[in-house]
Design a protein around this ligand. Sequence first.
Ligand SMILES: NC(=O)c1ccc[n+]([C@@H]2O[C@H](COP(=O)([O-])OP(=O)(O)OC[C@H]3O[C@@H](n4cnc5c(N)ncnc54)[C@H](OP(=O)(O)O)[C@@H]3O)[C@@H](O)[C@H]2O)c1
Length: 244
Amino acid sequence: MQLKDKVAIITGGGRGIGRAIATAYAAEGAAVVIAARSTAQLDEVATTIAAQGGESLAVPTDLRVRAEVAHLVQKTVAQFGKVDILVNNAGINPRGMFLESTDEQWEQAWQVNVMGVVHCCRAVLPIMKQQGSGNIINVGSGMGQVGHANLSIYCASKAALHGLTQAIAEEVWRDGIIANVLIPGPVKTELSKAAWENAETFRAQSDPWKEPAQVVASALFLAAQPPASGMTGQILSIMRRNSP
Ligand SMILES: NC(=O)c1ccc[n+]([C@@H]2O[C@H](COP(=O)([O-])OP(=O)(O)OC[C@H]3O[C@@H](n4cnc5c(N)ncnc54)[C@H](OP(=O)(O)O)[C@@H]3O)[C@@H](O)[C@H]2O)c1
């Protein structure tokens, strides 16, 4: 068991990639705290983890709201006493041409993809510093490395997330905390449905679409990294090319 006695918070743990990571971490012995807005999805994941003999806590959370994130972290510490791993996985990807994008779309995506991560890191880092150890995994995107038409908001927010991760990594490595980005490549989830259901886009993909379970090995690799490994501020991309 690679994550025995570890406590992991996984945002967006109710479906898609976050669900796959949460169930995998629980199977590896971690106590898993899952956060998202859809209570029914969180409950389903918690039930699945329990059925597999794992331990979890579902905390309905809107990551855009700082007070809700504070509550998420308080509940985690109250129940499990610490936070070893934070996976900032929740994200949204509004599509549309740049000139047609609205301030509201920019604001929404920024609040989830960037400020949601800011809120989580601000709430968790003081605890990790006190522990003298911690591991942050931010789910980025190839879109944050190379811009794509029709996805300007998403590309900009993921580029910001990559920069944020590396800046945080530089500030906390002396405290025994590592922070890295995981780029999953194209994965068949609700977020990407518009793309993989569209045959035209599918053909244009340079990477094949994965199932969420195919992201698990790299998410486990990062979670199992001891801070002493010195692996921090890195971008681990599991896609062949820099397409989506
Ligand atoms: N799928 C891909 O091809 C792909 C490729 C590269 C990167 N990624 C990244 O992978 C991550 C996971 O995406 P996915 O594909 O698994 O998408 P998904 O199936 O749509 O899951 C997204 C998760 O984020 C949660 N979420 C969204 N807004 C939230 C909010 N305001 N507060 C709390 N939780 C919120 C959702 O729950 P609620 O809606 O219930 O809140 C859901 O659990 C994202 O960061 C995405 O950018 C995905």
